[in-house]
Design a protein around this ligand. Structure first.
Ligand SMILES: NC(=O)c1ccc[n+]([C@@H]2O[C@H](COP(=O)([O-])OP(=O)(O)OC[C@H]3O[C@@H](n4cnc5c(N)ncnc54)[C@H](O)[C@@H]3O)[C@@H](O)[C@H]2O)c1
Length: 255
């Protein structure tokens, strides 16, 4: 029980990586409080976990709204008696170059991918200070470090999340709060598959082709990313702080 009694908040909890995270932390003995935008999806996932004897709490909310972000942290702290770990996993991926990017696409990417992390961390850090320490793991992207084509809002927001991670890591290391980010390359999730569909490609064929480009033999599964996030939240990574860890299966980031 690696996370016995740890109090964990997971955003994007019903997404692909989010579900893997919620299950992993619940199985490892943590109190898990997850959030996502659809009340119905949260309820359905909570019930599914219950059927597997996994406990969880949840609240639905829209991370584009400051009030919802603050409410997520205050409800999580109230219901769990504090917060030890915050996993900023939710994300959106508007696709397009600058001329194709509407105000709504740009501001949604900034609101969900970076502004929500700011509000959630600012609200959660005092709880971690009160507990004598904690861990925050942000899900950034290799595309925030090596921007790919035609995703200007996504790449910019994930780059900001990486800089934010390093900045917080340095500022809060003296509090015993470690802040790190995981930067996945391609993960086999609907987020990736919808991109192929939009480009008129068959997602299964495209994923098979993509597997061949990875020296480790396949693009990441959600569980493989969740395992790295769990490591960064765990005692085993106690000397890692303010880092952005690229998880690529040895694939050079190119396009
Ligand atoms: N899939 C990939 O190839 C890939 C690669 C690199 C990084 N990432 C990052 O990994 C993280 C998880 O992605 P995933 O692949 O599981 O995607 P996903 O779409 O399955 O999950 C993202 C979750 O975030 C939630 N979310 C989005 N906007 C929200 C809002 N306004 N309020 C509340 N919740 C909101 C969604 O409802 C969804 O459940 C994201 O941050 C993503 O950018 C993914």
């Amino acid at each position: 029980m690696k996370f016995h009694d740890k109090r964990v908040v997971v955003t994007g909890g019903v997404g692909s990586v989010g579900r893997a995270l919620v299950k992993l932390f619940a199985r490892e003995g943590a109190q898990v409080f997850f959030t996502d935008r659809s009340e119905e999806d949260c309820f359905e996932f909570h019930k599914r976990l219950e059927r597997r004897d996994l406990e969880s709490r949840y609240i639905s909310g829209d991370l584009r709204k400051k009030i919802d972000c603050e409410n997520i942290i205050s409800k999580a702290a109230e219901q769990m008696g504090g917060i030890d770990i915050l996993l900023n996993n939710a994300g959106v991926i508007p696709r397009g170059n600058i001329l194709e990017t509407t105000d709504d696409m740009w501001f949604s990417a900034m609101d969900v991918n970076i502004n929500a992390a700011f509000i959630l961390c600012r609200a959660a850090i005092p709880h971690m200070q009160a507990a004598g320490g904690g861990a925050i793991v942000n899900t950034a992207s290799t595309w925030g470090i090596y921007p790919g084509p035609d995703h200007v809002a996504y790449c910019t927001s994930k780059a900001a999340l990486s800089a934010f991670t390093k900045s917080l890591g340095r500022d809060h290391a003296p509090d015993g709060i470690r802040v790190n980010a995981v930067c996945p390359n391609e993960v086999d999730t609907p987020m990736l598959r919808t991109g192929f569909i939009q480009r008129g490609l068959d997602p299964n064929t495209a994923i098979e082709e993509l597997h061949k480009t990875v020296p480790l033999g396949h693009i990441a599964t959600p569980r493989e990313i969740a395992d790295v996030i769990a490591f960064l939240a765990s005692y085993e990574s106690r000397y890692i702080c303010g880092e952005t860890i690229e998880v690529t299966g040895a694939k050079p980031v190119c396009w």
